[in-house]
Design a binder for this molecule. Structure first.
Ligand code: ADP
Ligand code: MG
Ligand code: ZN
Length: 474
């Protein structure tokens, strides 16, 4: 029998706020242990939490980015458990009435667009970090109380590659929306991977295995590449899989049992008596809606349809909003946007890197790119000369036509001038000329190169080829 994988992801993302979720301590990475702490985030008895307004705003904005409903009433609950990294012995989270519900994320994989439904994105808090030394352990509470968004997907994902693509797309949306920096190195994104298998096409779900706390997307893919065949082999042997939590061993490349899965009632969730419910006003939510930017995939699709750009170009511009904005300003009303895209994608980044300038302080206005494009299009300069004009324009900000004028770069299409260069090249290179006459077509390119040199790159290359061939065949 053939089996298929069913995957749902719970992704935890640290929100980009200045302070923590329930206190004024800095939300900052990399400080000395226990330097960003106070009675509230240390969980000392009697300390009271105050909700971070910016975190609430980012939560609602995330819901809007993902097309979720934003209920007018949400609340905070205590999830009770004992662990040294959470000194108050509970985590504040949103259990049955979260701030957002029911969205979707679209992304591309192998050229096709897939959609995964989002169950909910709810607000909770991060915990401290256990640090283990040779003979003792410590807890760093700097991270305790940092606002975390948990984004839960429906079990719509069907392969390791699809899980990987979903995570990358999610991060791209959250970074674009200004929700989180999603810096993986700093542990800003972590994910629990839920996976089961079932006979292909079966409507019922198999027992779910949860692989906890993955902190790289390549790790997620490798863990699934291990776990899916493991589960399939087990059911094919006639075993019954039971719901459990497993750990990914990145070095060994295997998952191993951690504990049998706990149930919701184990946590004894109850509403946090220290916090008011969150009741966002509808008009405030609507005002946030206007801040939702064009999402990366939608942008890519628009670039392809509006400007006729190939997928590769649209992909580059999609992932680089600054380049994209420049491209769109420069291409406005121009009949050959692809030529503008070539300058922006192929030439500009190298100049930026070499000069240390950034797109925000370019010396030339976007319209100059249109002018440069027209100069090439009309045959006034060759595409080779255009490279030099571009570099000059980048350095000085001068208009391309003015540069061509000043430097005398206009392409020579005057046939008598080209004829003279051709005669000169043939006379100076009797060998290649004879080769061409003897049927070696490649010799023409050599002679063409000589003519271009004599004209300092300004001869119209098409004309040069025609005139040379005519003269040699005569
Ligand atoms: P829990 O309460 O144990 O966290 P949920 O039902 O809330 O479980 O689901 C958590 C995640 O697991 C979600 O992303 C969901 O899509 C996924 N999931 C649920 N059931 C399955 C299953 N049988 N196989 C794979 N993933 C599943
Ligand atoms: Mg879970
Ligand atoms: Zn604090």
């Amino acid at each position: 029998m053939e089996y298929e994988a069913v995957i749902g992801l719970e992704t935890h993302v640290q929100l980009k706020t200045r302070s923590k979720m329930w206190c004024g301590c800095a939300n900052a990475f990399g400080a000395d242990p226990n330097t960003h702490v106070c009675p509230t985030c240390l969980g000392l008895p009697g300390a009271l939490p105050v909700a971070n307004a910016e975190a609430l705003r980012l939560t609602v904005l995330t819901g809007l980015l993902l097309g979720c409903d934003i209920p007018g009433y949400a609340k905070f609950d205590r999830k009770n458990y004992f662990y040294p990294d959470s000194a108050k012995n509970y985590q504040i989270t949103q259990y049955d009435q979260p701030s957002t519900r029911g969205g979707r994320l679209e992304f591309e994989l192998d050229g096709a667009v897939h959609a995964v439904r989002i169950t909910r994105a709810h607000l909770e808090e991060d915990v401290g970090k256990n640090v283990h030394f040779d003979r003792h352990s410590g807890v760093d509470f700097n991270r305790a109380g940092v606002p975390l968004l948990e984004i839960v997907s429906e079990p719509d994902i069907t392969s390791a590659d699809m899980a990987h693509a979903y995570l990358n797309a999610l991060v791209e949306v959250l970074v674009r929306g200004g929700i989180s920096d999603c810096d993986m190195e700093k542990g800003m994104v972590r994910c629990d991977v839920n996976v089961s298998v079932r006979p292909k096409g079966s409507p019922t779900l198999g027992a779910k295995i949860e692989i906890k706390n993955m902190n790289t997307f390549s790790g997620v893919r490798r863990a699934l590449d291990y776990e899916i065949p493991r589960q399939i082999a087990a059911v094919q042997r006639g075993e019954t899989l039971r719901q459990e939590t497993r750990r990914w061993d990145d070095v060994a490349g295997i998952t191993e049992p951690m504990r049998s899965k706990e149930d919701a009632h184990d946590y004894r969730y109850f509403p946090d008596p220290d916090l008011l419910p969150f009741t966002p006003a509808a008009d405030w939510v609507e005002s946030l809606r206007s801040l939702v930017p064009e999402l990366p995939l939608a942008r890519k699709q628009r670039l392809a349809s509006q400007y006729g750009l190939p997928a590769g170009d649209a992909e580059v511009l999609k992932s680089n909003p600054d380049l994209c904005a420049l491209f769109e300003k420069a291409a406005e009303g121009y009949p050959h946007p692809k030529a503008i895209a070539n300058w922006v994608i192929n030439n500009l980044p190298a100049q930026l890197a070499a000069s240390g300038l950034s797109i925000s302080n370019l010396r030339f206005p976007p319209a100059h790119l249109r002018e440069l494009g027209s100069l090439v299009e009309s045959g006034r300069i060759s595409s080779k000369i255009a490279q030099d004009v571009f570099a000059d324009m980048f350095a000085t900000g001068e208009a391309p036509a003015a540069i061509v004028e000043r430097k005398g770069l206009a392409q020579v299409s005057d046939t008598s001038a080209i004829e003279a260069f051709c005669d000169q090249a043939i006379a100076a290179n009797p060998g290649p000329a004879a080769d061409f006459k003897a049927g070696k077509d490649a010799a023409l390119n050599f002679l063409k190169g000589q003519v271009m040199k004599l004209s300092k790159g300004k001869a119209n290359p098409g004309l040069v080829g025609d005139i040379l061939a005519r003269k040699l065949r005569a």
